[in-house]
Design a protein around this ligand. Structure first.
Ligand SMILES: [Zn+2]
Length: 336
């Protein structure tokens, strides 16, 4: 695999145009921290996962990030934010879920550019697990062309002619089962997999050995629950086991403290509640990240730091979107 490691002259010009507003919007000290969120870096483009960059696209984006921002490890950035010592144009790079391609495709790019990153791992999927969304995508990929009745999955009858139909169908099924109770969701997804006849890949997620390699390769590792439930939908005991248990599993694998956490799905109030924030604190995490857009400022609650995904394929749009993200203001909780 090969990838570009520096922006082109035209891209440099586009990025330079973003430089001044970025200096004004993300000054040092009590300025703002941009935290980027990724899930996968694919070896090659997948029409059923159009939102996930391939390695070359990711390398290009990281070149822009390096040109625009000062990238810090998340734990370091959180400490600097609280102390009012954030460097100008501070940013962090994070990955959710624990996909094996974080090791095989993202790490080589980040190492080449000298950029630190954090990977939040859903511990139960290590060593051969497949998350429900991936099981749905692989099942839909295997469905025969023509008409298919998926009324049992809440999406009605579909006509599959090509990849675009499969992408939309997989998205619809994911949306329809995502917020179901865990047991019911499992049953529906298992039935879809069975009926599609697909044999699921065993190497999508990281192995425990791969996770250790990622940690020694420069990634910080954070927890992301055990089985990736929507925390707002589970009872207190389950939430505690999911949050605290994920930390225990990862610490056992890594033989080092795990102090960072990411809420599954991550929308405040919808996917997790104040109870979960309290549990994250009680379980000893130093900081936690959501998927609310915006940048974190000095008095942001370290247990609910916002994150953002810039998806543009061109330097100018990427920089503009990063700037817009810095303009989002949200009520902030002042913490001691
Ligand atoms: Zn996740």
């Amino acid at each position: 695999m090969s990838f570009p490691i520096a922006p082109s002259p035209a891209e440099r010009a586009a990025l330079a145009a973003a430089w001044l507003p970025l200096r004004l919007l993300a000054p040092g000290g009590s300025g703002a921290l941009s935290i980027l969120i990724y899930h996968r870096v694919l070896p090659e483009r997948d029409p059923l996962r159009p939102g996930e960059p391939n390695q070359a696209e990711f390398a290009e984006q990281m070149g822009w990030v390096q040109a625009l921002f000062r990238v810090l490890p998340l734990s370091e950035a959180v400490t600097a934010l609280r102390r009012g010592r954030l460097p100008p144009r501070a940013a962090c790079i994070t990955f959710d879920d624990g996909y094996a391609d974080n090791l095989h495709c993202a790490l080589p790019v980040l190492r080449a550019l000298g950029l630190p990153a954090t990977c939040f791992v859903a511990a139960d999927y290590l060593d051969g697990g497949v998350m429900f969304n991936d099981r749905i995508i692989e099942a839909v990929r295997a469905l025969p062309k023509g008409e298919t009745d998926l009324s049992a999955w809440g999406v009605g009858v579909w006509r599959i002619a090509g990849d675009e139909d499969r992408r939309r169908l997989a998205e619809a099924v994911i949306r329809s089962v995502k917020h179901l109770d865990g047991v019911e969701r499992e049953e529906r997804v298992a039935r879809l997999v069975r009926e599609s006849g697909v044999s699921l890949p065993r190497d999508l997620m990281m192995t425990t050995d791969g996770l250790r390699q990622l940690a020694t390769g420069g990634f910080e590792i954070g927890a992301h629950t055990r089985s990736h439930p929507i925390l707002s939908r589970v009872d207190d005991a389950t939430a505690r086991t999911e949050i605290g248990g994920s930390r225990e599993v990862l610490e056992e694998v890594l033989s080092e403290p795990v102090r960072l956490f990411a809420y599954p799905n991550g929308q405040p109030g919808r996917d997790y509640t104040a109870r979960d924030v309290q549990l994250v604190e009680a379980c000893g995490f130093q900081a936690a990240v959501s998927t609310a857009w915006g940048a974190a400022r000095r008095h942001a609650d370290p247990l609910e730091l916002p994150r953002f995904t810039p998806w543009d394929r061109h330097a100018r749009g990427f920089a503009a979107r990063m700037l817009r993200n810095l303009l989002i203001r949200r009520p902030e909780t002042v913490t001691a």
